[in-house]
Design a protein around this ligand. Sequence first.
Ligand code: C5P
Length: 221
Amino acid sequence: SNRICVAIDGPAGAGKSTVAKLVARKLGLLYIDTGAMYRAVTLKALRQGLNLDDADALTNLARETTIKLLPGLQQSVLLDGEDVTEEIRSSEVTRHVSTVAGVPGVREVLVNRQRQMAGETDVIMDGRDIGTVVLPRATAKFFLTASAEERAQRRAKELADKGYTVDIDKLTKEIQERDYKDSHRAVSPLVPAGDAIIIDSSGMTIEEVVDNIISWIEKSK
Ligand code: C5P
């Protein structure tokens, strides 16, 4: 088929969502933020006071949860119909999401839904395992990275713009911890796909990264 599906993977704070949204708008693709899906399940588990070591309970929870990603710049996330767009970015969810995302059953449920979405329309999907697991036959695969310090700086700016006060050292540490967990888990660890184009965005502007990605996609079609 000539369906376009683009995979963007990489560590936390590399700018994947910013870049993916812009590429989506320019090329008319649907942007799918898979991290938001893991965050939504994590939020629900925390609210229910589930034991995050209980893989079966988390898998069942994922199965019986409806997650809707509304298209558009706002990228609203509906958890069982409730708008949780802001709440899934809380530091509590951020601290626990890698644990929930390490549960194979949870991944199986969400990966199936992600593949289904990609089958319905042209998409650009960002996450950790899109090129390796979710869309192994993607039109083009990118692995976007940047130094941990630069990623922490960017996240700090993002949070500051929203009016939050941030401790940059704490942020750097949290990013490094999440990278470590995401890269060392048994199922679908964060690694570039063999055929991914690796882009280190340290010192690059957003526009440069976007243009670079678009030219690769045009070549791969
Ligand atoms: O992309 P974001 O930082 O919002 O993702 C939150 C967490 O969800 C990641 O740290 C990772 O643990 C998990 N995740 C994942 N696979 C994906 C997307 C996110 O394991 N495809």
